[in-house]
Design a binder for this molecule. Structure first.
Ligand SMILES: Nc1ncnc2c1ncn2[C@@H]1O[C@H](COP(=O)(O)OP(=O)(O)OP(=O)(O)O)[C@@H](O)[C@H]1O
Ligand SMILES: C[C@@](O)(CCO)CC(=O)[O-]
Ligand SMILES: [Mg+2]
Length: 378
């Protein structure tokens, strides 16, 4: 039997980091996906005593005997409960870390460890100790601000829940999930994100699960209906960074300067709310005026992110390059490198700015904004 799922990456239009501290943020799905396929062996097959993970796009494979998994991961064979998301305890996470270490991941790819821990936790919590080969393929750059970690958790959970469900109408095409299943998927995926991010707000797994565009504040989700064209250039600085470290850096700064940081978070909250209002507005304001307001809000948000300590010289270079072309940019996701968004007002020709950015070693692309969320295929 085979089950497939896919989940999109995302951009954060406003509010990253502040959203971890209770501010509003606005995010949208993009049309770059992480795909997960589960293959279950026949009882008679020779590999029916193993769990194998293949990361296709980076040509790596990891494998564990089911006996080794059962021995290492604390479990109670009678209480597997896919419909009740639970958190991974510190004790279980330590045991899983040992299982990951035993795989001798190449030093240059050691950043995969947290993703593989998430994989083991979600798999064994939802499907128990059953044999399978899990194939993962991602179109998203890893650790670049486009939500690769959330897309992994969401796509994997969607495939696992789909395979544990009794209701498998074979269709051959991509199917979206109903509200109840989306909510369950999102809760499990959040538990997966916690292993990778430490203290996630939940916005990344939520937008990857639900798709489209959302306003998010302390777990409250408002789906947004955009009433204007919104085009963004995405520039990958190719500077690697890690969301967990950046999020904890902001918390440290908040601990040192609580009042100042809370003022920054309040300002971000206002920016995100105003942005959401503009995007949804059906009033007479022209698209050009709306684009001007969005530009200003992005500029202010970037300034506040810089004050939180999450910008980077590569991000500043992208901003200065795009300013020369009268375009406005801000970092997206956790910052510290990674990807930068540049608003492309109606009629913008991007060739010259892309040429200049790519000449500096950056990678540019446009992605369609606000597409589908998680989907499954039998
Ligand atoms: N397809 C995948 N397979 C295995 N691990 C993955 C995969 N995608 C992401 N990861 C894990 O997620 C980590 C990157 O997550 P991180 O949150 O730092 O960046 P991001 O999600 O791409 O950006 P942001 O959180 O800013 O949107 C990787 O180091 C890896 O451990
Ligand atoms: C930096 C952050 O705000 C967004 C990462 O895409 C972290 C989070 O919200 O979990
Ligand atoms: Mg992430």
């Amino acid at each position: 039997m085979e089950v497939k799922a896919r989940a999109p990456g995302k951009i954060i239009l406003a509010g990253e980091h502040a959203v971890v501290h209770g501010s509003t943020a606005v995010a949208a799905a993009i049309d770059l996906y992480t795909y997960v396929t589960l293959h279950f062996p026949l009882q008679s097959a020779k590999n029916n005593d193993k769990l194998t993970l293949q990361l296709k796009d980076i040509s790596l494979e990891f494998s564990w005997s089911l006996d080794r998994l059962k021995e290492a991961i604390p479990h109670n064979s009678t209480t597997l409960c896919p419909s009740k998301p639970t958190s991974c305890s510190d004790e279980t996470l330590k045991s899983i870390a040992v299982l990951v270490e035993e795989q001798n991941i190449p030093e240059a790819k050691i950043w995969l460890s947290s993703g593989i821990s998430t994989f083991l936790w979600l798999y064994t919590s939802i499907l128990g100790f059953n044999p399978a080969t899990v194939v993962i393929n991602s179109e998203l750059p890893y650790g670049s601000g486009l939500g690769s970690s959330a897309a992994l958790s969401v796509a994997l959970t969607a495939a696992l829940l789909a395979s544990s469900s009794s209701d498998k109408a074979r269709s051959g095409g991509w199917l979206s999930l109903d509200e109840t299943n989306l909510e369950l998927l999102n809760k499990w995926a959040f538990e997966g994100e916690k292993i990778i991010h430490g203290k996630p707000s939940g916005i990344d797994n939520t937008v990857s699960s639900y798709g489209n565009m959302i306003k998010f504040c302390s777990g409250e989700i408002t789906r947004l209906q955009s009433n204007m064209p919104l085009r963004m250039l995405i520039t990958n600085t190719r500077v690697g960074r890690n969301t967990k470290a950046l999020v904890s850096g902001v918390s440290e700064r908040k601990r040192r300067h609580p009042e100042a940081m809370n003022s920054l978070f309040n300002a971000v909250d206002s920016i995100s709310k105003e942005l959401a209002t503009i995007i949804q507005s059906k009033d007479e304001t022209s698209v050009t005026e709306k684009e001007e307001s969005i530009k200003e809000l992005m500029e202010m948000n970037q300034g506040l992110l810089q004050s939180m300590g999450v910008s980077h010289s590569s991000i500043e270079t992208v901003i200065q390059t795009t300013v020369k072309h009268k375009l406005t940019s801000k970092l997206t996701g956790a910052g510290g490198g990674g990807c930068v968004l540049t608003l492309l007002p109606t009629g913008t020709v991007v060739d010259k700015v892309v040429e200049e950015l790519e000449a500096s070693g950056f990678q540019c692309f446009t992605a369609s904004i606000g597409g589908k969320g998680a989907q499954i295929c039998y």
